[in-house]
Design a protein around this ligand. Structure first.
Ligand SMILES: Nc1ncnc2c1ncn2[C@@H]1O[C@H](COP(=O)(O)OP(=O)(O)OP(=O)(O)O)[C@@H](O)[C@H]1O
Ligand SMILES: [Mg+2]
Length: 274
C-alpha cells in the first residue's frame, strides 16, 4: 500500500474546447491532513478536484489513489466524495431528507444508522429545519450546508469540498471549521479549495497554490506564512492579522498567526498608552 493518498504525475487536463485547465501537475498528497488548494479564479481548482474525484479522466499523465491508478480503483465511488462548487447541480431529490439519504441508499447502507451517524453534523450545520424542503429552493448558504452534509452522508474516507466556505455566514464558517478538524482527527482525508487564504488559514495543514493551471507552490502552511510575497503575486488576499503584525513590526511565530484574542493582546502591549 502506498504511503500517499494521491500521486499525480505530469497530469494535464484539456477541455473539449481546447482550454488547457491543468498543465503538468506533479504532487503527492498525504493521508490524514487538510489540504487547501488556493488560487485565483480560473486557476484550475475545480478541475483538479474533478480529476481527484475520478469524474474527469486526465488528458495526460497519471493519477494514483492509494498507489492504484484512479481508473482501476474500484472503491472510488464509496471512498471519495466531492461537493461541487455549485452544490445544487448535484441535488436530484424532492426533499432535503431524501437528498441526504440518497447516497447511503445507493450504496446499500442502512438509512437509519446513516442518519444517526450524520445527525450531529446536520444540527451543527443547521440543516434540520430544512428536512422537508425542496433542495432546489434553498438559499446559497443553505444549499452549501446541505451539499456538505450530502458529501459526508455515506461516511467517505476522502472528502473533496469545492469552495465550502462560500456563502457561509461567520457562525456556519466556524461550525464548518470545527467539523473539518474533527473529521481530520477521526482519520478522514480532506481537500478543499478557496480563493481566499484567510478563510482556510486556521484549518489547513498543507497548501497547494495554483496559478494558470500549474502548481506555483506547495507545502505546509507554516512555510507559506513566512512567504507572503507569493500570495500578493498571485493576486490573493494577505490575511489581515498577518498584515497588521507585519506593518507594525510585531514579532510573531510564523507557525500560526495569533487568534483575534491573541492579536488584541499583542496590540495592547505594542501600542503604549498615552
Ligand atoms: N466545461 C469547461 N469547458 C471549457 N473550459 C472550461 C470548462 N470548465 C472550466 N473551464 C476553464 O478551465 C479553467 C479552469 O477552470 P476551473 O473552474 O477549474 O477554475 P477555478 O480555479 O475553479 O476557478 P473559480 O475560482 O472561478 O471557481 C478556466 O480557464 C475555465 O474557463
Ligand atoms: Mg472553481
Amino acid at each position: 500500500m502506498s504511503t500517499y493518498l494521491f500521486e499525480l504525475e505530469s497530469v494535464r487536463y484539456k477541455y473539449p474546447d481546447g482550454t488547457e485547465a491543468l498543465r503538468d501537475i506533479n504532487i503527492k498528497i498525504l493521508p490524514g491532513k487538510i489540504y487547501s488548494i488556493i488560487g485565483a479564479t480560473g486557476s484550475g481548482k475545480s478541475t483538479l478536484l474533478m480529476l481527484l474525484a475520478g469524474l474527469l479522466p486526465p488528458t495526460g499523465g497519471v493519477i494514483r489513489y492509494k498507489g492504484i491508478p484512479m481508473y482501476g480503483y474500484r472503491g472510488v465511488r464509496r471512498e471519495v466524495s466531492l461537493m461541487f462548487q455549485d452544490p445544487s447541480l448535484q441535488f436530484i431529490c424532492d426533499t432535503v431528507f431524501d437528498e441526504i439519504v440518497y447516497g447511503p441508499r445507493q450504496l446499500g447502507m442502512d438509512v437509519d444508522s446513516s442518519i444517526r451517524r450524520i445527525s450531529p453534523l446536520i444540527s451543527k450545520l443547521g440543516v434540520e429545519s430544512m428536512m422537508n424542503k425542496s433542495p432546489l429552493r434553498l438559499s446559497g448558504g443553505e444549499a452549501r450546508r446541505l451539499g456538505i452534509i450530502v458529501a459526508l452522508a455515506h461516511d467517505p474516507e476522502t472528502i473533496l469540498l469545492d469552495e465550502p466556505f462560500n456563502d457561509l455566514s461567520y457562525n456556519y464558517m466556524n461550525a464548518l471549521k470545527e467539523v473539518l478538524i474533527s473529521l481530520k482527527h477521526g482519520g478522514k482525508n480532506i481537500i478543499l479549495t478557496s480563493n481566499r487564504l484567510s478563510d482556510v488559514l486556521d484549518v489547513s495543514d498543507e497548501v497547494i497554490l495554483l496559478e494558470g493551471g500549474k502548481i506555483r507552490w506547495s507545502g505546509p502552511i507554516e512555510c507559506l506564512l513566512g512567504n507572503m510575497d507569493i500570495i500578493s503575486e498571485l493576486g490573493l488576499d494577505i490575511p489581515l492579522h498577518i498584515r497588521i503584525m507585519d506593518e507594525l513590526g510585531i514579532e510573531w511565530s510564523h507557525s500560526r498567526p495569533p487568534s483575534t484574542e491573541e492579536l488584541m493582546n499583542l496590540l495592547k502591549r505594542h501600542i503604549r498608552p498615552r
